[in-house]
Design a protein around this ligand. Sequence first.
Ligand SMILES: Cc1cc2nc3c(=O)[nH]c(=O)nc-3n(C[C@H](O)[C@H](O)[C@H](O)COP(=O)(O)O)c2cc1C
Ligand SMILES: C=C(O[C@@H]1CC(C(=O)O)=C[C@@H](OP(=O)(O)O)[C@H]1O)C(=O)O
Length: 393
Amino acid sequence: MLRYLTAGESHGPQLTAIVEGMPAGLKLSEELVSRDLARRQEGYGRGGRMKIERDEVQILSGVRWGETIGSPVTLAVRNRDWVNWEEKMSPHERHRDEKIRVTRSRPGHADLPGAMKYDQRDVRNILERSSARETAVRVAVGSVARAFLAAFGIEVSGFVVELGGIKAERNGLSLERMKDMAAKSELFTFDPAAEELMKRFIDGARDAGDTVGGSVEIIASGVPVGLGSHVQWDRKLDARLALAVMSIQAIKGVEIGLGFDAARRPGSQVHDEIYYDSTRVARGESTGFFRKTNNAGGVEGGISNGEEIVIRAAMKPIPTLYKPLQSVDMVTKEPFEATVERSDCCAVPAAAVVAESVVAVEIANAFLEKFGGDSMAEVRRNYESYREYLQAF
Ligand SMILES: Cc1cc2nc3c(=O)[nH]c(=O)nc-3n(C[C@H](O)[C@H](O)[C@H](O)COP(=O)(O)O)c2cc1C
Ligand SMILES: C=C(O[C@@H]1CC(C(=O)O)=C[C@@H](OP(=O)(O)O)[C@H]1O)C(=O)O
């Protein structure tokens, strides 16, 4: 089993994750992980903080001489902004300063419910941890999972597919082409015409002091038949993917395959019919069974069915706006208009990278559950023997 916890505040010294359950013998480097961290920071529409941070990971345990050794992997991402916050975020009582308390809750944030729940009169004690700064280290964890999955030919890719009502059109592009196009795009989309319109939409919103949300699509290719299980609610792969994706800050909807569109169609236009071709195995496929459509998004009954896993997620617009929103001061109970000096206008491309990461972790976890071993060689043996069994099925 693969599990992880993250710790760290947005303006604290660093974000930390401890990842447990990675087999020994996986090649891993700080450079590899830092490349994913950089991708999360690149997208069009980010604010001033991204000019300060240049995220890099430090591997503090679990890796020796470029390979995992089976012990917990500790990942750390330092906050460069910490130098401006050392006293304000200090753990020491002597730095207490009531004058810098934040008592004004921002709509759309954890501020007010968090302060009420934790009995805090300083909203900073909530917002520091609810901030999506935490996603930097989740991407680092995802990067470890991706390295593991890559060893078994599994890849996870994320795309921005809708923004400001503008939809990216796939137009028959192969997954490889989509990835190439997205890698060149500042919005991680595969449709250059849509990208231009999306950018203009972001610019317009920024000029108006407003913010933008959108939808991302995550595709996992190379996933074998049989991850997850129908036998218990919390073992269903689609349910676990949905939890992971919904846990990302500002994600408000998750779909698998056709998702909500399935509710609008008759059954004959939803279910993926089953075919068999005995020559497929000879051509290196893991099974002779196949589908001509993938409306299920690669999961049936909570079990991966060998098709691409397709997940879409909807991100709400960033809640902190330059344009004021009505709120009430927690202490004085006086109304005020919530505004901001620094915020992202759009973080949908970053959310695509984060969603890729959490999906990679869930798939790696399900993979290890089925083929688990303490070393990469042991996992490989288990996987290969399953593939042989499957080819004969
Ligand atoms: C990558 C990323 C960047 C974000 N940047 C900001 C930001 O600059 N300002 C902001 O108010 N919210 C930002 N958010 C969203 C908030 O963190 C989120 O809406 C808030 O914590 C409340 O959580 P909820 O929307 O899941 O209910 C960002 C989210 C993500 C995924
Ligand atoms: C720092 C990151 O995102 C931050 C997420 C965030 C929020 O409220 O979620 C608010 C902003 O931070 P600050 O208040 O320091 O300007 C974003 O920049 C990051 O993604 O690395």
